[in-house]
Design a binder for this molecule. Structure first.
Ligand code: SF4
Length: 343
């Protein structure tokens, strides 16, 4: 461990090692973590405080905020090297959730998604992911009159989380460690388009919820939406999902973006029911949020209802996600990570 590491990327073992390297007792680890994450009193030893001051602990900086009419907030962060990423604060029935990014841009190139358009900039480091959460939590706490509980997290922002496996793993370990942020793994949902090298390692992560972006039960058609389907086909993803370790009341969420006139026929409903029938899963229908310059369109409410009924009559467990933040381009697939022109 060197003094170039950021405090917010250190797990207790790393911090203990750093303490020993700087001639402090490893027994100080818990107290230092409580000070860093729980705002408890700083360590009492002046020399330790002096050394800790040398350890970088910069966090991403908020450079723009947009507020939707439905209460959703989109936040643009600047990272230490000037790169930018977006996060979203969602308010569903007064339950607050933050949507975090894991990469600057994304390499997956999904054809319905603004983020994938520009390709991958770079991976976020664990301290940047944890840092965004710390800042959003602080902001939520400042804005709510009551001391709100720690917000839940969905990794559904910019980037494919499993394509940045090591840093996301470290961030999850910090977010869930009792000495650090102490979130319950079930408070966190990680979403993937099926990046198989990461999906097959999913069991190495804390037992967070898994959401898989399916969007079509047909491999050829899915490839038109999610190009990595050509490398990691549905048949192989299915095998990985079937062996996923799940807690008793934990389900895999199958995210299904409904694109007008593309993927909501009776044929799709039947194939979707067949594909999911041997998975402990629930299908989450998401009517598409249009992205300027993209060809796909949002389906009408009747279309969504009809598709939902087609699935229910086949015995499929279904829910529907209510769109949030589409007026500020904060909804699924709309994040760009660019400074907006409207401020
Ligand atoms: S949908 Fe997700 S995986 Fe696909 S390009 Fe967008 S951010 Fe990347």
């Amino acid at each position: 461990m060197t003094d170039t590491h950021n405090l917010y990327q250190l797990l207790p073992d790393d911090l203990a090692k750093w303490l020993v390297e700087h001639e402090h007792s490893a027994a100080q680890t818990r107290g230092v973590m409580a000070w860093a994450y729980k705002k408890q009193a700083p360590p009492l030893f002046p020399r330790l405080l002096e050394d800790l001051a040398k350890l970088p602990r910069t966090l991403p900086a908020i450079i723009e905020r947009h507020l939707s009419t439905d209460g959703t907030q989109k936040i643009l962060f600047a990272l230490g090297d000037g790169q930018r990423v977006e996060s979203v604060i969602l308010n569903y029935h007064r339950k607050l959730t933050v949507c975090l990014s894991t990469q600057v841009g994304c390499a997956m190139g999904c054809t319905f998604c603004r983020t994938g358009e520009a390709g991958l900039g770079r991976n976020l480091e664990a301290h940047e992911i944890v840092g965004m959460y710390l800042i959003l939590r602080k902001q939520i706490w400042q804005e709510t009159s009551l001391q709100a509980p720690c917000p839940n997290i969905v990794f559904m922002g910019q980037g494919e989380p499993l394509h940045n496996f090591e840093e996301v793993k470290r961030a999850l370990e910090i977010l869930t460690h009792p000495w650090a942020l102490d979130l319950g793994p079930r408070q966190i949902t990680l979403s993937t388009v099926g990046y198989l090298p990461g999906l097959t390692r999913f069991r190495e992560l804390p037992r967070v919820n898994l959401a898989f972006s399916l969007h079509s039960p047909f491999e050829q058609e899915r490839r038109q939406l999610i190009p990595v389907e050509a490398r990691f086909p549905l048949s192989e993803i299915k095998q990985a999902l079937k062996t996923m370790p799940l807690l008793p009341r934990q389900f895999i969420t199958l995210e299904y973006l409904i694109l007008k006139d593309v993927n909501h026929s009776e044929r799709h409903a039947q194939a979707l029911a067949d594909w999911s029938q041997d998975l402990k899963s629930i299908i989450n229908l998401i009517p598409y949020n249009p992205v300027a310059g993209f060809l796909f369109q949002r389906p009408g409410e009747e279309t969504v209802d009809q598709f939902k009924k087609s699935l229910v009559k086949r015995g499929v467990r279904v829910m529907e996600r209510v769109a949030r933040g589409s007026d500020i381009a904060a909804a699924c697939g709309q994040l760009a990570g660019a400074r907006s022109s409207c401020t």
